[in-house]
Write a protein that binds this ligand. Structure first.
Ligand SMILES: [Ca+2]
Ligand SMILES: [Ca+2]
Ligand SMILES: [Ca+2]
Length: 382
């Protein structure tokens, strides 16, 4: 976990002030915290009932779990429908073919709660995406509306995660048959961290017509143990087109310190300071802080992912009088709120960006006592 890697560009300022960006490795403990979301709901529909049959997963976190007895209420048994089909890994056939309902049909208000457990690190689970597929041959029952909540390890109660309401299918022939698929993700890579329990509650569709219900074919919950292999960076990388093998040197190399698009900004730094629109395959030279001189001090302004969303990664502001030759790099981890210099050499002003996992950060590096040069850089670690 500890190799240094220089990252990115060097800026030469007037008055012998320099700034640069760099990367290295370190360790950082992951806390079990609720997600502060930059949540994304991706919604698609089709007027073909079986449109998303191939998208159902049989290897997600929810697959095959049994809803907690006594909390699974309001699920209708009509025509063979059952709650178990919500997470059995099977889409189910067209009713006209099967002759029975192969899906879950919840009355409005029906709920199902599942115990995911605490995972390999005993910290719960990081949820990276949730996919829900509803489909039916008539009566707008391919629409979907529900609320999903999570209960974190050690928490006494549930926290709302998302409310889905997607009703593109209109009642009546020919647009009535069809399917909808909603995928919940978060730009940070993680919807919620430290999750032990998850609960779904059915909401009304079609203004209440036809019981106001729909046929949910499957809900898939993806993720991995908190603190485990699927750390937030990895999931961000995989959802942003970095689908190669780490270290393969390809144009989609997902390694934290790789620079597959050769713009001089390594993947991990794009994730940490690229903000909500960060894209590792775009030219990211504009996300690097432009160093400014302020009365002998060096000022770096940039966005930074909050510490609770960094997983095992971290970002440091570092400084040296001679690029570390005789004066070793001194570094301070970027905090989530204002932090005075206090002798560390770096003071921070931090402004949260509403509705996102990123903060606006201004770091001011103190002028060297003896004058001369001052170099600053950002060090991304994983
Ligand atoms: Ca199913
Ligand atoms: Ca499944
Ligand atoms: Ca790059």
């Amino acid at each position: 976990m500890n190799t240094n890697r220089m990252m990115s560009t060097t800026k030469h300022l007037p008055n012998t002030f320099w700034g640069s960006a760099a990367g290295a490795l370190a360790a950082f403990a992951l806390a079990a915290t609720p997600a502060t979301a930059t949540q994304v709901q991706t919604k698609v529909f089709s007027t073909t009932e079986m449109a998303y049959a191939a998208d159902v997963s049989n290897s997600d976190l929810l697959n095959g779990l049994t809803a907690i007895f006594g909390t699974a209420i309001g699920w209708m048994p009509n025509g063979g429908a059952s709650l178990a089909q919500l997470n059995d890994g099977i889409h189910g056939r067209n009713y006209a073919v099967a002759g029975i309902v192969e899906g879950a049909n919840g009355a409005v208000g029906a709920a199902a709660e599942y115990h995911l457990g605490l995972g390999a690190s005993n910290l719960g689970y990081d949820l990276t995406s949730i996919q829900s597929i509803a489909a039916w041959g008539s009566a707008g029952r391919g629409n979907q509306a529900y609320t999903v909540e999570v209960k974190l390890k050690g928490a006494a109660s549930y926290t709302p995660l998302a409310t889905v309401d997607y009703e593109p299918l209109t009642l009546g022939v020919p647009a009535d048959p069809g399917a909808t698929k909603v995928t919940l993700t978060d730009h940070s890579g993680v919807l919620a961290s430290g999750v032990e329990y998850i609960r779904f509650t059915v909401n009304m569709v079609n203004g209440g017509a036809y019981d106001g219900t729909f046929i949910m074919r499957e809900i898939d919950v993806f993720g991995g143990p908190t603190g485990g292999a699927s750390a937030p960076y990895g999931t961000w990388a995989s959802t942003h087109g970095l689908n190669g093998t780490a270290g393969d040197g390809s144009g989609t190399d997902p390694a934290f310190n790789a620079d597959p698009n050769k713009d001089g900004v390594r993947n991990g730094l794009v994730w940490l300071i690229g903000g909500t629109t960060g894209n590792p395959l775009a030219n990211n030279s504009s996300i690097l802080p432009v160093p400014a001189a302020d009365g002998g001090k060096l000022v770096l302004s940039f966005q930074c992912l909050k510490s609770s969303a960094r997983g095992t990664a971290n970002l440091y502001v570092q400084y040296s009088k001679d690029l570390g030759v005789g004066d070793v790099w001194h570094g301070v981890s970027v905090p989530d709120s204002d932090q005075a210099d206090g002798g560390s050499g770096v003071g921070f002003v931090v402004m949260p960006i509403t509705g996102s996992d990123y903060n606006n950060v201004t770091a001011t590096i103190a002028a060297p006592v003896s004058g001369g040069k001052l170099f600053g850089r950002l060090m991304a670690t994983e």
